[in-house]
Every structure is written in structure tokens, then in C-alpha cells.
Design a protein. Structure first.
Length: 80
């Protein structure tokens, strides 16, 4: 059977997949756009989360809270 996942797209560039969700702006961003739009001023202190609910790569029973931008691995607080 085919399984489809809804892709969350970056609110800034509208091209790349979103990597983070800014909890203050309530918008999803790819990593590059998030860095560019949140590099100075008040936005530097904005809180981020993952843009979708997912589970830890190392502990599949735990919900993920972090993403490694080098490996794209999602991790829970238990794995960090």
C-alpha cells in the first residue's frame, strides 16, 4: 500500500521543506531561511520546535524534540 506524508513547506522561500517551526511567529521555516530571518534583533530569542510530530531515531517510543541539521536525525531528550 502507498503511504503519503504531508510535506510542510517553508513559509519564507515556499520551496524547501520546513525543518523548524518558530513558536513565536507560528510559521515553519527551512533551516537556511530560519537562520536568515532570525539572525539578529528580537527574533534571535524566538523559540523553535519541529514542524510536525515525529519520534526519536534512537528511541522510537519517545517523541522527538531536536533535529541535527548535519545528519537530519531527529532526537528525543532521552537521546541528547
Amino acid at each position: 500500500p502507498l503511504v503519503f506524508f504531508e510535506q510542510v513547506v517553508c513559509a519564507e522561500c515556499e520551496v524547501k521543506a520546513a525543518d523548524v517551526r518558530c513558536m513565536d511567529d507560528m510559521e515553519n521555516f527551512c533551516y537556511d531561511c530560519f537562520k536568515a530571518t532570525h539572525c539578529r534583533g528580537k527574533r534571535q530569542r524566538h523559540c523553535v520546535s519541529l514542524p510536525y510530530r515525529t519520534f526519536c531515531s534512537q528511541f522510537p517510543e519517545c517523541e522527538a524534540s531536536y533535529i541535527c541539521f548535519e545528519t537530519k536525525e531527529v532526537l528525543s531528550t532521552k537521546a541528547v
